[in-house]
Design a binder for this molecule. Structure first.
Ligand code: HEC
Length: 465
């Protein structure tokens, strides 16, 4: 759920071509001015009209099967706050479109079904949610259309008002179901490149591993942008570092594949040991990512640093498949940045889960400086069923800003604008665990123990908030 860097060059808004065909090209500003008067919902409706209403119209068999009409007279009320027809999605507590903002993104069936770049996640984690929409072979929505819809859900799916920049639609690239559009990245003009693989992925199976690789930086560097490209079949890829308090026994050897499971699916516990010390930098479930930190913010990477790369590949064919990943870390001159990003690492180790019971734990963590938080994600193990985060203190006390019901792949949520907190305010972590074992479970590093951590990134506000 990363914000992609969208090029705004040539703002000829294809989706609006019918309305402003003549205003494309050199009259950029005029297009933006006209488009800026549209509500985001009306732009979403235009996307539905062009791609969805051929089926989702009164009287068609597809409309009967899905129970969903997307024509302009009813689409909003059919989608927003409504339970899905799909029984598996209904049982999982999804709505067609939820109105709770960022926390609704992973629980909105509409988003799950249109986010084609997440094909592997959709088909492997939610085989009962039906087909991606529009159904192949119709091509998926463009990245710009997806980004607009994502921003709309993110803002609470309002019927009125403009909550997404219409210029997003300028990105007309789209995910392709068939093509292996993997292109190795050229090394960045300023920065460092990591290259993982090529490596094998077992037939009819999956492979998840870590690979620790040094950067060879003899001085601290400042990263403001990360690009990633991957060969197809990736379920996710995450770039981690280690904090300076990591015990040396937990630091892995460099340039060794540390698989989490062997080819029969059996866990390899030694390779889990470094995980609690990981510092998340960036991750993606998409085959290509171009992520920029907020304007003027960069992450400081200490001298002689190394990154732990976490790849998870799936292979649904009978032949060995090949995985490969390129990562470009773009650096900036520290003189040109306003803020150095800092890591949120709120770790509740006070965990006691009685055998056979459901337990909800709550714990508040506070910042000791004014903070602008721009990224959050949770970390827990397999007994965790829900992980909620609320703002604690200040005017927004009690406002839910994060929700995960997927301990294995918690959503990584970007906040743009950031969540601004005063010194002494913070987050309330509320995590529910279902201890299905016949023994009590406590805090621990192994996947059979439990954890309750909120990770993220923020930058300090020196008296400006
Ligand atoms: C070729 C016909 C067709 C097109 C085009 C189409 N759909 Fe569908 N849609 C279906 C069918 C059939 C179902 C029911 C089966 C399923 O969920 O896969 C469905 C189900 C859905 C559902 C789940 C509804 C529920 O409550 O379970 C959503 C959401 C959806 N479509 C959204 C869209 C969107 C958004 C588009 C356009 C981007 C779109 N569809 C384009 C045929 C279509």
């Amino acid at each position: 759920m990363m914000r992609r860097r969208i090029t705004t060059a040539g703002r000829c808004l294809a989706i609006l071509a019918g309305l402003w065909a003549s205003a494309c090209g050199d009259q950029d500003n005029k297009v933006t001015a006209s488009a800026s008067q549209l509500s985001t919902w009306s732009q979403v409706q235009q996307i539905l009209d062009a791609n969805c209403t051929s089926c989702h119209t009164v009287g068609t068999s597809q409309a009967r099967q899905s129970g969903l009409i997307l024509t302009p007279d009813v689409a909003y009320e059919q989608l927003v706050g409504r339970n899905p027809t799909n029984p598996a999605a209904l049982a999982d507590g999804l709505q067609r479109v939820g109105t709770a903002g960022p926390v609704s993104l992973p629980t909105s069936l509409l988003w799950e079904k249109i986010n084609a770049a997440n094909e592997d996640h959709f088909t492997s984690d939610h085989p009962d949610y039906g087909t991606l929409m529009p159904p192949p072979p119709q091509p998926p929505l463009t990245y710009g259309e997806l980004e607009l819809i994502r921003a709309w859900i993110y803002a609470g799916a309002p019927e009125a008002g403009q909550v997404a920049d219409p210029a997003l639609l300028a990105n007309e690239d789209r995910y392709s179901y068939e093509a292996d559009d993997f292109v190795p990245l050229l090394a960045p003009a300023e920065g460092f490149q990591l290259h993982l693989g090529p490596f094998d992925v077992f037939p009819q199976g999956e492979r998840e591993f870590f690979y620790y690789q040094g950067l060879g930086n003899d001085e601290p560097i400042y990263i403001d942008r990360v690009e990633i490209t991957m060969r197809r079949g990736s379920h996710h890829f995450i770039l981690y570092g280690f904090g300076d308090r990591t015990p040396t026994w937990a630091l892995p050897d460099t340039e060794v594949f540390r698989d989490l499971r062997d080819s029969t699916g059996y866990p390899i516990p030694a390779n889990y040991l470094a995980m609690p010390f990981h510092r998340f930098l960036v991750g993606t479930q998409w085959p290509a990512l171009d992520y920029s930190l907020p304007e003027g913010v960069a992450l400081e990477i200490p001298a002689d640093y190394a990154f732990d790369m976490n790849a998870h590949y799936l292979n649904r064919t009978d032949a060995v498949a090949t995985g490969e990943v390129y990562v470009n870390l773009h650096t900036v001159d520290p003189e040109t940045i306003q803020h150095t990003a800092k890591v949120v690492d709120f770790n509740n180790t006070d965990i006691a889960l009685p055998a056979g019971e459901r337990t909800t734990l709550e714990r508040v963590f506070r910042f000791d400086e004014d903070a602008s938080v721009f990224q959050l994600f949770s970390h827990a193990h397999e007994l965790n069923t829900e992980f909620r985060v609320e703002i604690a203190g200040g005017d927004r006390d009690g406002e839910e800003v994060y929700y995960s019901n997927d301990w294995e792949h918690p959503p990584i949520v970007e906040y743009d604008p950031p969540i601004i907190l005063q010194r002494g305010e913070g987050f309330r972590l509320i995590a529910t665990y279902d201890n299905t074992h016949d023994r009590d479970i406590g805090f621990g590093l192994l996947s059979t123990d439990e954890m309750m951590i909120l990770f993220g990134l923020y930058y300090p506000n020196q008296g400006e908030g």
